[in-house]
Design a protein around this ligand. Structure first.
Ligand code: CUK
Ligand code: CUA
Length: 680
C-alpha cells in the first residue's frame, strides 16, 4: 500500500504499510535548526520500528529525517510544487529543477548545441543558432564566427499583471550580448537575438509586468566606432556607451521584434544587474552600476589594476529609467544605430527619462519588492543593504532634488532624499528576494550566508522596520538566491534556494573542477533551515526563478506534423502513407515517416555531391514515443518527439554506405530501427 507524504506527516496512515507513525508530529517536525554538520547522527528519530533502524544504520539525526520527509517524493508521485528555471552558466543552457525534491528534470538547449534534443546538430533548428550570431548587430561583431556557446546568467519568465504566466522564458548570454527565447509549451528555444549595440550583457533580463518588453543592457560598455580601437581606452568617455534595451515581445508567440524595440543610451559606466518596477513603480526600470570611475586597467604600463581603479569611489550610480516615457520618445526622437532605435543620452536627460542615485561601495543587484515601493541594493564592499523607495525617488525627481549632474549631464538625486532604510546584514551583500510578508532575503557572498531582514511600511512599522531578523550560513560563497515567485507581485515564499559558487567539502571529490551547490532552504519556520544540497556539475548558474508548477501547461505530444520552429503543421509533414522520394537534377528529396520501429524509406540512394533533403515526421501520438535520427559521419543527430516534423539538409560529400539509425531506445525492435544512406 502506498502512503503519501501528506498522510505520513499528518499521521492519517498510521499503522499502514508496516511503518510506525507515532511520534512524527512531536519533537520531530520542526526540530533543530542546525545545518546538519553537527552531531546527533544515529540518534532516535522518534519514528520507531523500521524507520528508526534505517536512520541509525545511515547515521541520520532526527533533523535529517525531518528534512527527508519535507523533500522526499515517493516513486511515481509528481509532488514537486515548484519548478526552478536556472541559468546553466557556461553551458549556455537552462536547467529545470523540481522543488522541493531538487531533481533535475530537464536541460533546455539555448546557446550551445545539444545532441539529445537534436539542437544545432543538423536539423532545421540550426537556423536558431545561426541567426543568433548576427555580424551586423554590433559594430565590433563583424569578425565573429558563429558562436556555439553562451554564458547564461539571468532567466526571466514572462508575466501577466506582475505574476508569472508560464508562457515563455528569456535568458541572456553575458559573454556576447545576446538573448534567447524559450517557448514553455514544448520547452524549446525558438529564437536567439544578437542584440544591436551590445557586445556583452548583464542588466536584466527581466520582463515588464505585462511582458510588453524584455530588458537587457550592456555590461562593459560598447565601443561605438570599432575602427578607433587602438586609442579607444584613452578616449574612453567619448568612445564608449552603455545601452539599456527594451526588446518588444510579440504577444502571439513570445518572439522579440527588433523593429518595435528601442534602447536608451547610457554613460559608459559598467551597468550591472537590473530589475523592472511593478505596481507602485510600474513604468520604471532600475539598473545598478559599478566602475563609475571608468577605470580601464593598464597594470603593465604603470596604471592601476582594473579592480583597484574600479573601486576607488565611495559611490556608484543606480540608474533610474522611465520606460513608459522612453517608449513615446523613441517614436519621435531616436536615431537608428545598427538596426535599433536609440534614444541619445542628451535626449534621455532632457526628456526626463534617465536619472541617477548614489549607491554605496561597489554595488551589486537591485531588486524590487513585491509592492513595487522598495528596491534593495547590495554593496559588495558595504555591510549594509540600502533600500530605496520609489515614492521618495519620484518626489526627488519632481523637486529636482539633485546632488549634482554627473560628467555626462545626468542628474544625480540626493542619496538621503531617496533612501528609505539601511540594514546592516553582513559582508558582501549581493542579491535580494522577497516573501509576501515584507521580508527580504539577501545573499552575503563574503559571509557565505543568507540574511533575512524586514522592509518598512506597510509591512513593518517603527522599530520593527528595516531590521535584521535571521541569518543562515550556506556552503559556500553564495551568489544569487531565489524564493519561490520571489520577484513577482505575489511571492509564494516557502522555499529559498541558495546558489553557492563553491562546494569544497560538501560532495565527493570528482576532480579539480568542483560542482556548484544549490542549497534548498525551508522558509516556513521561525528560522531558516537548510533542507538539502544539490550538486550542479554543469557551468556556473547565476540566477534562477522559481515558479508554481501548476502555472506551466506544457504539451505532452505535438499534433502530428508540427514543426517546433513554428509550432504549426510543417508544410513538408506527412501522414502515414505519404512517404515518397523525388530526384530533381542533383537534389534528392525525401518525405519520410518515423514510427516504432521503422524509418520509411529505409534505403536512400544518392550520388556524391548531391544535395540531400530529408523531411521526417514522427507520426506517433503516444507520449514519450520519441525517436532519434542519426547519420554517422555526417554530424547529424535529430530528435523526433512524438508528432514532430524535422527537415535535414546536407551535401552528400562522403561516399559509402551509412547506416542511419534511431538514437532513442524506443521499442523492443529499436536496434532494428535503421536504414541505409548509399552515396556512390
Ligand atoms: S550576477 Cu552572478 S552572482 Cu551575473 Cu546575476 Cu550576481
Ligand atoms: Cu525509434 Cu529507437
Amino acid at each position: 500500500m502506498a502512503i503519501s507524504r501528506r498522510e505520513l506527516i499528518t499521521g492519517a496512515a498510521a499503522g499502514a504499510g508496516g511503518l510506525v507513525i507515532g511520534g512524527v508530529t512531536g519533537g520531530l517536525i520542526g526540530s533543530s535548526g542546525e545545518d546538519g554538520d553537527g552531531g546527533g547522527g544515529g540518534a532516535s528519530t522518534g519514528l520507531g520500528g523500521q524507520a528508526d533502524a534505517v536512520a541509525k544504520e545511515r547515521n541520520l539525526a532526527p533533523e535529517d529525517v525531518t528534512r527527508a520527509l519535507k523533500t522526499f517524493v515517493p516513486p511515481g508521485e509528481q509532488a514537486d510544487e515548484f519548478f526552478l528555471f536556472a541559468s546553466g552558466g557556461h553551458s549556455g543552457q537552462i536547467l529545470v529543477i523540481g522543488v522541493p525534491s531538487m531533481r533535475l528534470l530537464k536541460v533546455i538547449a539555448v546557446f550551445s548545441p545539444e545532441p539529445w534534443q537534436g539542437y544545432g546538430v543538423g536539423a532545421d533548428n540550426d537556423v536558431i543558432l545561426r541567426e543568433g550570431t548576427n555580424s551586423s548587430a554590433t559594430p565590433t561583431s563583424a569578425a565573429r564566427s558563429p558562436l556555439t556557446w553562451g554564458d547564461t546568467h539571468h532567466p526571466a519568465l514572462s508575466e501577466t499583471g506582475g505574476e508569472y504566466d508560464g508562457r515563455w522564458i528569456y535568458i541572456n548570454d553575458r559573454a556576447n550580448g545576446r538573448i534567447g527565447m524559450v517557448d514553455l509549451r514544448d520547452f524549446k528555444t525558438k529564437q536567439l537575438v544578437d542584440v544591436p549595440n551590445l557586445d556583452s550583457s548583464h542588466g536584466g533580463v527581466f520582463v515588464t509586468p505585462n511582458s510588453e518588453y524584455v530588458h537587457i543592457s550592456t555590461m562593459t560598455p560598447t565601443l561605438v566606432d570599432p575602427t578607433k580601437a587602438a586609442t579607444a581606452l584613452e578616449n574612453f568617455k567619448t568612445a564608449f556607451r552603455g545601452y539599456s534595451s527594451f526588446l518588444a515581445i510579440d504577444q502571439a508567440n513570445g518572439k522579440i521584434d527588433l523593429a518595435k524595440s528601442f534602447q536608451v543610451e547610457l554613460p559608459p559606466y559598467t551597468q550591472d544587474l537590473a530589475d523592472s518596477g511593478k505596481l507602485a513603480s510600474d513604468g520604471w526600470v532600475f539598473i545598478n552600476s559599478y566602475n563609475s570611475e571608468m577605470a580601464t586597467g593598464g597594470n603593465m604600463t604603470g596604471g592601476k589594476p582594473l579592480e583597484v581603479g574600479a573601486s576607488a569611489n565611495d559611490f556608484d550610480y543606480l540608474h533610474i529609467i522611465n520606460w513608459k516615457k522612453a517608449e513615446q520618445v523613441a517614436a519621435s526622437k531616436s536615431r537608428m544605430q545598427n538596426g535599433m532605435r536609440v534614444i541619445p543620452l542628451d535626449v534621455a536627460v532632457s526628456e526626463g527619462i534617465l536619472y541617477l542615485a548614489p549607491e554605496p561601495k561597489s554595488p551589486h543587484g537591485v531588486d524590487v519588492a513585491p509592492n513595487g515601493v522598495y528596491l534593495s541594493v547590495g554593496g559588495k564592499l558595504d555591510p549594509h543593504v540600502t533600500i530605496y523607495s520609489i515614492d521618495k525617488i519620484k518626489a526627488a525627481i519632481d523637486a529636482k532634488d539633485y546632488e549634482k549632474m554627473d560628467e555626462f549631464g545626468v542628474p544625480v538625486l540626493k542619496l538621503d532624499s531617496v533612501v528609505a532604510g539601511r540594514v546592516e546584514v553582513g559582508l558582501g551583500p549581493l542579491h535580494t528576494q522577497y516573501d509576501a510578508e515584507g521580508h527580504g532575503y539577501i545573499s552575503l557572498f563574503l559571509d557565505s550566508a543568507v540574511a533575512k531582514f524586514t522592509l518598512g511600511e506597510p509591512y513593518f512599522k517603527g522599530d520593527e522596520a528595516f531590521k535584521l531578523v535571521d541569518k543562515l550560513p550556506v556552503h559556500y560563497n553564495i551568489g544569487h538566491l531565489v524564493t519561490m515567485e520571489g520577484d513577482t507581485v505575489k511571492p509564494a515564499g516557502k522555499y529559498l534556494v541558495a546558489l553557492n559558487k563553491w562546494s569544497i567539502d560538501r560532495f565527493p571529490v570528482v576532480g579539480t573542477l568542483k560542482p556548484q551547490n544549490f542549497q534548498l532552504v525551508d522558509l516556513t519556520g521561525e528560522t531558516m533551515q537548510i533542507l538539502s544540497d544539490m550538486p550542479i556539475g554543469i557551468g556556473e548558474p547565476h540566477y534562477t526563478q522559481g515558479i508554481r508548477a501548476d502555472r506551466i501547461k506544457a504539451w505532452e505530444v505535438y499534433p502530428v506534423g508540427t514543426s517546433p520552429l513554428t509550432m504549426a503543421r510543417d508544410s513538408h509533414a506527412i501522414d502515414k502513407g505519404g512517404e515518397k522520394v523525388e530526384r530533381n537534377g542533383t537534389t534528392v528529396e525525401v518525405w519520410g515517416s518515423v514510427t516504432r520501429s521503422q524509418f520509411k524509406p529505409d534505403q536512400i540512394q544518392a550520388k556524391k555531391g548531391d544535395k540531400v533533403i530529408l523531411h521526417l515526421t514522427n507520426i506517433e501520438t503516444t507520449p514519450d514515443a520519441t525517436h532519434g535520427f542519426s547519420i554517422p559521419r555526417y554530424n547529424v543527430n535529430v530528435s523526433l518527439d512524438p508528432g514532430e516534423a524535422v527537415t535535414i539538409e546536407f551535401t552528400a560529400d562522403a561516399v559509402g554506405a551509412f547506416a542511419y539509425y534511431c538514437t532513442e531506445f524506443c521499442s523492443a525492435l529499436h536496434l532494428e530501427m535503421q536504414g541505409w544512406l548509399l552515396v556512390s
